[in-house]
Design a protein. Structure first.
Length: 396
């Protein structure tokens, strides 16, 4: 299955997947630097300036709000474009290609959520964060794989990308269903009407991107006012962008979707996500106490990411192999697949994002940052060690 996908990726004249892997891998390294910078600034003499700036108002919203609800809408736009393309003409275009990464992603979302719930059951205030450890940060994970170089077969990078894309799709559904505030029905109806208009543009064959982007901005405003999280506007708009056919493929590389994806991918990877990381990873260690280290939120997130992800992802893959429903990605050993399952415990960007939706208290948010940083760091380091010493399967 993956070998056929690998050949498909190589044969296509301009592979968006290859470019995506390169962009996300390099962007992951930049994100690491941004997170480290945030921690340094938050624990420096400039910490008051750093935290104060994030809470300062720029127009009607705080700077932090513009970043988390404005810039991240573009991130979700890219996620929506990637999901649509991969489902229609990519590594997720058939059920045979979806079954293994889909099952692995499901296991990797359910088990961490159960671990978090086990630590926070009975507390109505903290249980809201049950989805925080369910997310995988594709940029960070691919960044670690890039640092390992040729030790990791391409098929595993493709597999990890597929798992993360399905994981993102699951996170989008979770945000829409469980992290929606009180609804403003008039604004929601307006958002739906604008999305329907964009769908009409698609059906009429309008290929210029400007009508979609201008109306899409209106969708974002309507979503912001509706109580449905504004970043979901990015996904909704992405699904209306035309993906026009080409001979032999569903996807023409010059289609509006492809053009928009390539136009914003670099900005998302090297600007938007690092800015989000810098704005949200800042944790002042003066606020960290011994009690915080063993709080239900910190333990639930850290163990959910580090323990839950590897059990959920690798356990499902192993079970499917035993039942002969699927096999490991081509040229990948069981140890390497386990190493990738560990890397799925790097939950930085989406975990912090869901944490911000779950809690308003600064104390809880500091615990979220501590849990995410701890669980992601453990997963990244141990995963990298496993992959660096694991042997790949020889080519047949």
């Amino acid at each position: 299955m993956i070998e056929g996908l690998h050949n498909l990726v190589i044969e296509r004249p301009r592979s968006a997947l290859r470019e995506f892997l390169r962009t996300e891998s390099a962007g992951g390294i930049v994100l690491m630097a941004a997170a480290a910078a945030a921690l340094l600034v938050a624990n420096s003499p400039f910490s008051d300036t750093y935290f104060g700036a994030l809470k300062s108002y720029v127009g009607p919203l705080t700077l932090s709000y513009w970043i988390n609800d404005g810039l991240m809408a573009i991130f979700f736009l890219l996620v929506g474009l990637e999901v649509k393309r991969e489902l229609l003409d990519g590594q997720l275009s058939t059920w045979e290609r979806r079954i293994l990464p889909g099952a692995a992603a499901a296991g990797g979302m359910i088990v961490p959520a159960l671990i978090f719930a086990a630590f926070n059951i009975g507390d109505a205030d903290t249980i809201r964060g049950w989805a925080i450890p369910s997310a995988t940060d594709i940029a960070f994970a691919l960044g670690v794989l890039t640092l390992l170089g040729p030790r990791v077969p391409v098929s595993l990078k493709v597999f990890l990308t597929a798992v993360a894309i399905i994981d993102d799709l699951g996170a989008i559904v979770i945000i829409a269903l469980f992290y929606t505030a009180d609804l403003n029905l008039a604004a929601l109806v307006a958002a739906i009407a604008l999305i329907a208009l964009l769908y009409g543009f698609n059906r009429l064959g309008i290929r210029s991107l400007w009508p979609y982007l201008i109306i899409g901005a209106g969708v974002w405003v309507a979503m912001l006012l509706s109580g449905v999280h504004a970043t979901l506007a990015g996904v909704a708009v992405a699904l209306t962008i035309p993906l026009t056919p080409a001979p032999g493929h569903v996807d023409d590389e010059h289609s509006p979707l492809h053009r928009l994806e390539h136009a914003i991918a670099g900005w998302v990877a090297f600007a938007i996500v690092p800015i989000f990381g810098f704005a949200n990873a800042g944790l002042s260690f003066t606020n960290v106490t011994a009690e915080m280290l063993v709080s239900p939120i910190v333990l639930g997130i850290a163990l959910g990411l580090f323990v839950g992800k590897q059990i959920g992802v690798f356990g499902v893959i192993w079970l499917m192999k035993v039942l002969r429903l699927a096999d490991y990605p081509v040229h990948a050993s069981g140890a390497q697949v386990y190493g990738v399952a560990l890397l799925c415990g790097i939950g930085f960007t989406m975990s912090l994002f869901i944490g911000g939706l779950s809690y308003a208290s600064d104390i809880y948010l500091d615990e979220v940052k501590l849990g995410v940083l701890g669980g992601s760091l453990l997963s990244g380091i141990i995963g990298a060690v496993v992959l660096s010493i694991a042997r790949r399967e020889p080519a047949s």
